[in-house]
Design a protein around this ligand. Structure first.
Ligand SMILES: Cc1ncc(COP(=O)(O)O)c(C=O)c1O
Length: 419
């Protein structure tokens, strides 16, 4: 089902070789202190790109995770070295206060109280904690969509087997032009037994930005708790978790915040903390202490510490500025190919529903064939989407991409469509 990972993984050896070839010891470049004249200021954005290790191919698959910038990686290494140098002394004297410092800063960044934020390893962990920890009764209903991430669907299917929960699947429109089209699609499936709705904020298959705010308000008005999968939204789109109005929010910080791999967050309303049974048993924290969800044993604390450096980098770049650049790059290639008779865009076209991710198909070429042609003939790396709802090649831009790279993609798509 979903993204067929086999075809994608078969390219990994090439990728690994390219990563090894990157200059890990390259000097750290100072972040530009000037402001760009706009999202198309190539001189400014080239200085931002210089903050990342160079790649010898055009990387337009930044959706799996977004590479951390060099200053963040350098800080990560410093944290690791300090912990190794100090050993148990760090763990016993500083670990807790350092984690609390990260929690406080991340919570302020996310716009929620620190006492409601757990530092977890990724969205998958956060979603498992909520979905497997809630007290389910047979016949309880969960509303989800046909475009949620496959792992989340897997967790929901576990709940069906273990607890007799019933799933109600929304057919999410592919290119909605009004919020009400999405909201109505969800509300049609809400009934007296609906306990929870899983709402994915940015659809991984197409980059569609779902109108979470009005949707969460409509669901909560009907007594339905709202769990937001914010994996692709957090630190990509400018918003705070609090203003979305959900009950639970999960995200991976190695995606758009650019933190080192293995960082995520889980937020929940304070009154939900004691309702959820942790996945890993905890006997240290009180029932209403969010930290009961973090008890996984000894963990690489330097990963968590580097969240601070990733926030610093993100704030130096500026959230609104970064998002404007991503949207500019995405709309540039999308608009360059949109009118081609054999090109089909499988993502919304308006800015309000768009982000760094968009999916494209070419008539007569399957997703995998198109992905391989882009790689083989143009050294453009993307990912094939073979999903019942959406088929095509997913393109995800990164702040380090140059305009010339997305223009190369548009040229390549036009060329492949004209064969
Ligand atoms: C919508 C969505 N949710 C969850 C995840 C899982 O993220 P992670 O593997 O970091 O847990 C992904 C990964 O791409 C995703 O796209």
């Amino acid at each position: 089902m979903l993204i067929r990972r086999k075809a994608f993984l078969s390219l990994m050896p090439g990728l690994a070789a390219a990563a090894c070839a990157a200059r890990a010891d390259a000097p750290t470049v100072a972040m530009p202190s000037d402001r760009p004249s706009g999202p198309d200021d190539e001189v400014f954005w080239a200085k931002v790109a210089a903050q990342y290790d160079p790649q010898d191919f055009i990387n337009l698959e930044n959706g799996f995770f977004t590479r951390a910038a060099r200053p963040v990686l350098a800080a990560h290494t410093r944290h690791r070295d300090e912990i190794n140098r100090r050993g148990a002394h760090y763990m016993r004297t500083d670990l807790e206060s350092r984690m609390e410092h990260v929690r406080t800063r991340l919570a302020a960044f996310a716009g929620v109280p620190a006492g409601e934020l757990a530092l977890v390893r990724n969205t998958t962990e956060a979603m498992n904690i909520v979905l497997q920890g809630l007290p389910w009764q047979p016949g309880d209903e969960i509303v989800m969509s046909n475009q949620d991430y496959d792992t989340m669907v897997g967790i929901l299917q576990t709940l069906v087997r273990r607890h007799g929960v019933v799933l109600r699947e929304v057919a999410l429109p592919e290119q909605p032009t009004r919020d009400s089209a999405v909201i109505d699609a969800f509300l049609q499936h809400v009934g007296p037994r609906t306990r929870l709705a899983l709402v994915t904020q940015v659809i991984h298959l197409s980059g569609q930005v779902v109108p979470v705010r009005p949707l969460a308000a409509a669901l909560r008005e009907r007594g339905v708790k709202v769990l937001i999968d914010g994996a692709h939204a957090f630190a990509q789109l400018p918003f705070t978790i609090a203003e979305l109005g959900g009950d639970f929010f999960a995200a991976s910080l190695h995606k758009w915040l650019g933190a080192p791999l293995g960082n995520g967050l889980l937020w929940m309303r304070g009154d939900q903390i004691a309702r959820i049974e942790p996945l890993f048993a905890d006997v240290i924290r009180a029932n209403d202490d969010i930290r009961r969800f973090e008890h996984i044993g000894t963990r690489p604390a330097h990963d968590v510490e580097a969240i601070l450096d990733a926030i610093d980098f993100h704030e130096q770049l500026g959230a609104a500025q970064k998002y404007a650049r991503l949207l500019y790059l995405r709309q540039r290639w999308v608009r360059a190919v949109a009118e081609h008779p054999r090109v089909r865009l499988r993502s919304p076209l308006d800015d309000a529903r768009s982000c760094a991710i968009a999916t494209v198909a070419v008539d007569g070429l399957g997703p995998t064939a198109l992905q391989q042609a882009l790689w083989k003939h143009h050294r453009i790396y993307t990912v094939a989407i073979e999903h019942p709802a959406i088929q095509g090649v997913r393109v995800t831009v990164h702040p380090a991409n140059a305009v010339a790279e997305v223009d190369r993609l548009a040229d390549a798509l036009r060329e492949l469509s004209s064969r």
